[in-house]
Design a protein around this ligand. Structure first.
Ligand code: 13P
Length: 247
């Protein structure tokens, strides 16, 4: 299975900065990248990045999606709208949305369902806080978060992507060790296997201070199928180095 490296730009970028970044990525990916590569960009920049990446293997992602299909939901963006702009993936349930926008497990599951219904692959984020890890609750937390998505999406579950993002590792420069990450990935793998009931392998990405220096050792773990990269995805050279580590 090809690995997937997805950049999450979060609320960063400008027309000028995006232009330079995406052009550099497209150039750096010429030939066979050897893995799948995507950038998840702020909604206003989808059209720009869609044009810049045309003809390349770089894929487009969004950072969130509404659980509703259309209607009076001011400020929301539907999965069908994302689809019209060539979006292949959307992040759902990022810890920043769970934390700052009060997104619950049930809401995240609905968002994953809305994405799947429009033919977009949801990248479902799960992960424990530092307090939860220190209390020995890591497994319980990630299993509960994933169970909600499995429950709401039944037979489509093999179509999702999961991203394990320990909250304490996000933007802190404090990465989970390859062994710590692998341990949680193995738990998620077992849960997904039990839910799908067959051999379909769901991608499980690691996210949280992944960078050019630590990517190779994380990606060498048997159950780490790629990365969801924040800060390091804003620098073309760093992001391309992570892409190369995923070959
Ligand atoms: P950093 O790579 O900046 O830690 O962010 C990880 C993340 O949240 C990706 O979604």
């Amino acid at each position: 299975m090809k690995k997937l490296i997805a950049g999450n730009w979060k609320m960063n970028g400008s027309l000028a900065a995006n232009d330079a970044l995406v052009r550099a990525l497209v150039k750096g990916m010429e030939g066979d990248a050897g893995c799948s590569v995507a950038v998840c960009v702020p909604a206003p920049y989808l059209a720009q990045v869609q044009m810049l990446r045309a003809g390349s293997a770089l894929e487009l992602g969004a950072q969130d999606v509404s659980q509703h299909s259309e209607g009076a939901y001011t400020g929301e963006v539907s999965a069908a709208m994302l689809k019209e702009f060539g979006v292949r993936y959307t992040i759902v349930g990022h810890s920043e949305r769970r934390q700052y926008h009060c997104e619950t497990d049930a809401l995240v599951a609905e968002k994953a369902r809305a994405a799947l219904a429009a033919g977009i692959t949801p990248i479902v984020c799960v992960g424990e806080t530092l307090a939860e890890r220190e209390a020995g609750r890591t497994e319980e937390i990630v299993k509960r978060q994933l169970a909600a998505v499995i429950h709401a999406n039944g037979h489509c579950i093999s179509e999702i992507i999961v991203a394990y993002e320990p909250v304490w590792a996000i933007g802190t420069g404090k990465t989970a060790t390859p062994g710590e990450a692998q341990q949680v990935h193995a738990v998620l793998r077992a849960q997904l296997k039990a839910a799908t009931g067959h051999a379909d392998r769901v991608h499980i990405l690691y996210g949280g201070s992944m960078n050019a220096a630590n990517a190779a050792s994380l990606l060498a773990q048997p159950d780490i199928d790629g990365g969801l990269v924040g800060g390091a995805s804003l620098k073309a050279a760093d992001f391309l180095q992570i892409v190369r580590a995923a070959r």
